[in-house]
Design a protein around this ligand. Structure first.
Ligand code: AMP
Length: 174
C-alpha cells in the first residue's frame, strides 16, 4: 500500500506576500501534485461522506479549486461565494470587517434552498471573517450549515471562534 503524502511538505511559505509582515501559505505546489491533490480532496471530504450534505459552498477563489472536487466526492452540487460584483444574477451579500476597511461577498440567491444541508469549503481560515460571511449567506437563504472544511488553519488568529459551526474540519495547522 502506498503511504499517504505529507501534505504540509507541499505548502510553500512566502514571506511578505502580498504585504510586508504576511507569511503567505501558498497551496500551488500541492495543486501541482496529483497524489497530494487527490489526498487533500479526499481528506477534506471524508468526515462529511455520511452526513447528508446536499451542497458544497466554495469561497473565491481557492475555495473553488478545493470545493468543486469535494462536491464531486460527496456527489453534491456546488455554490459559488464570490467577491462583490462578479455574479450576474440576483444575489444576497454580506459585508464584513477586515483589519483595515471592509469586504463584501455575494452568492446567487437561488444557489441554495431553504433547509438545504451545506458544507462550506475554503483553502485557509485566518481571522475567520470570510468563512463567517459565507456561513451567514447560507443562513440568510435558510440553509443549514452542517460543517466547514479548510485545508489550512492559522491557529494564532483564532478564526474558528467566529464560526458557530460544528464540525470545523482542518487538515493542516500553523
Ligand atoms: P480570513 O477571512 O482572515 O479568515 O482570511 C481567509 C481568506 O484569506 C482565505 O480565502 C485565504 O485564501 C486568504 N488568506 C488569509 N491569510 C492567508 C495567508 N497567510 N496565506 C494564504 N492565504 C491567506
Amino acid at each position: 500500500m502506498s503511504r499517504a503524502p505529507d501534505l504540509q511538505s507541499f505548502i510553500r511559505d512566502v514571506p511578505d506576500f502580498p504585504r510586508p509582515g504576511i507569511l503567505f501559505r501558498d497551496v500551488t505546489p500541492l495543486l501541482g501534485d496529483a497524489g497530494a491533490l487527490k489526498a487533500a480532496v479526499g481528506a477534506l471530504a471524508d468526515p462529511f461522506r455520511h452526513v447528508g450534505v446536499e451542497k458544497v459552498m466554495g469561497i473565491e477563489s481557492r475555495g473553488f479549486v478545493f470545493g468543486a472536487p469535494v462536491a464531486l466526492a460527496l456527489e453534491t452540487g456546488f455554490a459559488l461565494v464570490r467577491k462583490a460584483g462578479k455574479l450576474p444574477g440576483r444575489t444576497r451579500r454580506v459585508t464584513y470587517d477586515l483589519e483595515y476597511g471592509t469586504d463584501t461577498v455575494e452568492m446567487h440567491e437561488d444557489s441554495l434552498r431553504a433547509g438545504e444541508r451545506v458544507l462550506v469549503v475554503d483553502d485557509l481560515i485566518a481571522t475567520g471573517g470570510t468563512a463567517a460571511a459565507a456561513v451567514q449567506l447560507a443562513r440568510d437563504c435558510g440553509a443549514h450549515v452542517v460543517g466547514c472544511a479548510f485545508l489550512i488553519e492559522l491557529t494564532a488568529l483564532a478564526g474558528r471562534r467566529r464560526l458557530d459551526v460544528d464540525p470545523i474540519h482542518v487538515l493542516l495547522r500553523y
